[in-house]
Ligand binder design. Structure first.
Ligand code: F0G
Length: 457
């Protein structure tokens, strides 16, 4: 059969309700023209993020009932530890309440002011935590990643020549290199095993540990299976183990590829680092066997880590995301190619080519999509990454993207057909999309809480 179906059936449903265009205009104005400030019940299809928004399985819900809520040494922790270790393979497994808690703990423990952390492209909270520790987050994606039309298998790779140069230039001030799999801020593009291995070999020569940001490691493993010579047909678990074998540690937001509604972890080889992280963990997150999570969360995550590597699930996941991309592409909607694993990224600048960067084309597009059809998406572009020099000059990121992130096991094909129809209609009337300007711009992670106003005319 050619049709790839959802490899699950639906046991519990949650109603979603449409709103009128007038209502949405009001909700958006009340939200300061910021999708993060809209009430979720006023959204029909929520593609803001794939993080923590997935549907749990019957086995995960059963695990919830099994949760051992003992303060120390809970059975659920050992179940979690075993599940993580069987995939990641590092010596120390440290739970945290979500990815950014793991980032904060790691940066607090091993990053010094003046350090440099090279990576393929750091996620926004990762960058913010590195900068909060007084260090520089250095993005070194391969140059091809800047061209949204270029179809290459591994646009998430790190630029190895640039990494070599950075390791030389900042010798003694690079506590680790961090590769994000898949590269979320770079369009959900995968990193190849060859690139991981070459990066590890280079890091070894410089005596610098290589860590992975593993939020979407299973989707990355599937892309390796589909695209990397010699990897076809391998079990995703084996590929994932090969990926982690290139690393001396990993951070993970388990709200993505562990089907968690909450959860994160640090997995580390280094005894001293683990010791320092655990000391900090107890101070702010909780005891070392729960790290800010309930025992039931640890159970659900342990099961989720097993389920995510199911080849039938990953085939459906990657194919159903590509389906959205292909239909939009056929209608001429400008997109980042190839399509990501967890999301399709619209090219905001080309969609709204009548809007200059300072009027935030990607952000404006995300607002118009909400007003048009009640769909919430997330800008990953000028608002999130734009920076202003003290002399007033703005620096814009290479791409001003709007991400349609697809929650795991939540929406069906007809939901996505609705999204495609809405975008195709909006593309036809794109000239009517108005730009925005900041009314309030918080200094850190501005997209979450900023307030905007539409620009007239
Ligand atoms: N690293 C990556 C690659 C991420 O995508 C995220 C979160 C984090 C770290 C932080 O994890 O949210 O659990 O604290 N990404 C979400 C997103 C928020 O929408 O892409 P967290």
């Amino acid at each position: 059969m050619k049709t790839i179906i959802e490899p699950f059936r639906i046991k519990v449903v949650e109603p979603i309700r449409p709103t009128t265009r007038e209502e949405r205009e009001r909700y958006l104005a009340e939200a300061g023209h910021n999708p993060f400030r809209i009430r979720a019940e006023h959204v029909l299809i929520d593609l803001l993020t794939d993080s923590g928004t997935g549907a749990m399985s019957t086995r995960q819900w059963a695990g919830i009932m099994e949760g051992d809520e003992s303060y120390a040494g809970a059975r659920s922790f050992f179940r979690f530890e075993a599940s993580v270790r069987s995939v990641f393979g590092h010596r120390h497994v440290i739970p945290a309440h979500q990815g950014r808690a793991a980032e904060r703990l790691l940066c607090g423990a091993v990053v010094q002011p003046g350090d440099v952390i090279p990576g393929n492209t750091h996620f926004d909270t990762t960058r913010a935590n590195i900068e909060a520790a007084g260090a520089v987050a250095l993005d070194l994606p391969v140059p091809e990643a800047r061209d949204p039309d270029l179809i290459l298998p591994f646009k998430g790779n790190i630029d190895l020549d640039a990494l070599e140069a950075a390791l030389r230039a900042h010798a003694g001030h690079v506590p680790f290199v961090l590769l994000t799999v898949t590269n979320n801020s770079g369009g959900g593009q995968p990193v190849s095993l060859a690139n991981l291995r070459a990066a590890r070999e280079m890091c070894d020569r410089h005596g610098v540990p290589l860590l992975l940001d593993a939020a979407r490691f299973a989707e990355n493993a599937w892309f390796i299976r589909e695209r990397e010579p010699g990897q076809e047909g391998r079990a995703p678990l084996d590929i994932a183990r090969d990926m982690f074998a290139c690393s001396q540690g990993a951070l993970m937001s388990m709200k993505k590829d562990a089907f968690g509604n909450i959860g994160g972890l640090l997995s580390l080889d280094d005894d001293d680092w683990a010791q320092r992280v655990r000391t900090a963990l107890i101070l702010t997150e909780g005891f070392v066997t729960y790290g800010g999570l309930a025992g039931r969360d640890l159970e659900a995550l342990a099961v989720g880590l097993e389920e995510i590597l199911d080849p039938e699930y990953l085939r459906y996941r990657i194919r159903s995301t590509a389906y959205v991309g292909e239909r939009l592409q056929a209608a001429g909607v400008p997109l980042l190619k190839p399509f990501g694993g967890h999301a399709v990224y619209l090219d905001g600048r080309r969609f709204c080519d009548h809007l200059p960067d300072i009027l935030y084309p990607g952000w404006s597009l995300s607002l118009a999509l909400y007003v048009h059809a009640g769909i919430r998406a997330c800008e990953i572009g000028n608002v999130m990454f734009g920076r202003q020099d003290p002399d007033g000059t703005w620096h814009w990121p290479p791409l001003d993207l709007v991400r349609l992130a697809i929650p795991r096991r939540v929406y069906t094909q007809s939901h996505m057909d609705y999204v495609v129809e809405a975008l195709v209609e909006l593309f036809a009337e794109r000239c009517s999309i108005r730009g925005v300007r900041f009314v309030h711009r918080p200094p850190v992670l501005p997209h979450f809480t900023a307030v905007f106003e539409p620009v007239q005319g």
